[in-house]
Design a binder for this molecule. Structure first.
Ligand code: NAP
Length: 319
C-alpha cells in the first residue's frame, strides 16, 4: 500500500510517500481501507519535532480517518467487512491507504456523512465537545465566544454550542472564514485581525462572555480574561507560545482558565464525545465543513496549508 512515512523530524518535505506492507489485523483489531484522513495541527507539531511526546522514527502520521472495514481480526464483533466507519486514534497512522485500529477505535459512520466529514470527527469534534462541556461546563442560555471559529475545532464548537442553546459569537481572519462561521450557526462573527475587534465584541456582549474557547492562547489569553462575564471560564484549546495575563482580571470576575489535551480525556468522557458526535450526525446539527482536499501524495502541501492563515473548514487527505 501507499503510506506517508516520516523518517526524521523537520519540515513538511519530511512527509514522504512510500510503499509499505498492508498490516494484518490480530485479535481485537480492525483493518480499515482509509478513504479520507484528517490533517490536524498536532501532526505538524510532531512532524517538526516540537511536541512534548514524539513517536519513534520512522512513523506514519494520523489519528483521524474514515473508510470501510477491509478485514477484522479474531474476536471482533462490533464491525464487519464493508461497514462504513470513522477512526478515532489507531495503531498504524491514517495517512495511508490502510490503517490498523483497535475495535474500540472505530465507530459507525452514517450513510449521509461523507468520508471526508468522517475524517473531521475525532480530534476536531472531540476537542470542541470536551472544551465546551467537560471543561467549560456550558449551559443553555449562556454566551460563548469561539475565538477562532473558522477552523476545524472552532467550526465544530460553533455547531455543538448552537445545538445546545448557547448564544454563539465567533472570530475569523478572512471574509470566507467569517461567512463559514455564520453558516455553521454563529449568531455574530468578528474579524480577529481588525484593530478594535475586541471592543466590538464587548459592545455586542456587554455582560461579558460566560465561556471563551481559545484557539491561540499565546496571542489572546490576556484579552480573553477582560471579555469574561462574572463566573466566566476560558478554555485553552490551542496555544503556540507563552502568554501574559493580569490575574486581577480573573479575580474581579471570579473567572477561571481551564486547559487540556485530548489525549488526557477519561474513558467515560471519550464515550460521551462519541455519543455526542453520533447524536449530532444523526439529527444534522453536526455537519463538519470540509475546506480543502489533497491527494495522499501531497501531504506536505496539506501541512503547509494547515499552518497558513485563512482557515475555512477541515483539511483532509484522500489516499
Ligand atoms: P485550524 O483548522 O487550522 O484552525 C485554526 C484556527 O485558529 C482558525 O479558526 C484561525 O482563524 C484561528 N486563528 C488564527 N489566528 C487567530 C487569532 N489571532 N485569534 C484567534 N484565532 C485565530 O486548526 P484546528 O484543527 O481548528 O485547531 C485549532 C487549534 O487548536 C490549534 O492550535 C490546534 O493545535 C489546537 N487543538 C488542540 C487540541 C487539544 O487537544 N487541546 C485538539 C485539537 C486542536 P483564521 O485562519 O480565520 O485566522
Amino acid at each position: 500500500m501507499k503510506a506517508i512515512r516520516v523518517s526524521r523530524f523537520g519540515g513538511p518535505e519530511e512527509l514522504r510517500l512510500e510503499e509499505a506492507p498492508v498490516p494484518a489485523p490480530a485479535a481485537g483489531q480492525v483493518l480499515v481501507r482509509v478513504l479520507a484522513a484528517g490533517v490536524n495541527p498536532y501532526e505538524a507539531y510532531i512532524r517538526s519535532g516540537a511536541y512534548p511526546a514524539l513517536p519513534a522514527l520512522p512513523y506514519t502520521p494520523g489519528s483521524d480517518g474514515a473508510g470501510t472495514v477491509a478485514a477484522i481480526g479474531p474476536e471482533v464483533t462490533a464491525v464487519k467487512p464493508g461497514d462504513r466507519v470513522y477512526i478515532a486514534k489507531c495503531l498504524s497512522g491514517t495517512y495511508a491507504e490502510y490503517a490498523l485500529a483497535l475495535e474500540g477505535q472505530v465507530h459507525p459512520l452514517p450513510d449521509r456523512v461523507t468520508f471526508q466529514q468522517g475524517a473531521a470527527l475525532w480530534v476536531p469534534c472531540g476537542a470542541a465537545y470536551h472544551a465546551l462541556t467537560h471543561q467549560g461546563g456550558a449551559a443553555a442560555g449562556e454566551t460563548v465566544l469561539v475565538h477562532g471559529a473558522s477552523g476545524a475545532v472552532g467550526g465544530a464548537a460553533v455547531q455543538f454550542a448552537r445545538a445546545r442553546g448557547l448564544t454563539v459569537l465567533g472570530t475569523a481572519g478572512t471574509p470566507k472564514g467569517r461567512e463559514l462561521a455564520l453558516r455553521l450557526g454563529a449568531h455574530a462573527v468578528f474579524d480577529h485581525t481588525a484593530p478594535g475587534y475586541l471592543k466590538e465584541i464587548e459592545a455586542a456582549c456587554p455582560r461579558g462572555a460566560d465561556l471563551v474557547l481559545e484557539m491561540l492562547a499565546n496571542v489572546n489569553l490576556g484579552a480573553d480574561l477582560k471579555l469574561l462575564a462574572k463566573g466566566g471560564r476560558v478554555v485553552v484549546i490551542g496555544s503556540r507560545g507563552e502568554s501574559v495575563i493580569d490575574p486581577r482580571d480573573l479575580m474581579s470576575r471570579r473567572g477561571s482558565i481551564r486547559a487540556f489535551t485530548l489525549w488526557s480525556v477519561t474513558p467515560q468522557e471519550e464515550r460521551e464525545i462519541h455519543g455526542a458526535i453520533a447524536a449530532g450526525l444523526a439529527d444534522g446539527t453536526l455537519n463538519p465543513a470540509i475546506g480543502r482536499e489533497f491527494p495522499l501524495a501531497e501531504a506536505a502541501a496539506a501541512h503547509a496549508a494547515l499552518m497558513a492563515p485563512g482557515a475555512a473548514g477541515k483539511i483532509v487527505l484522500i489516499p
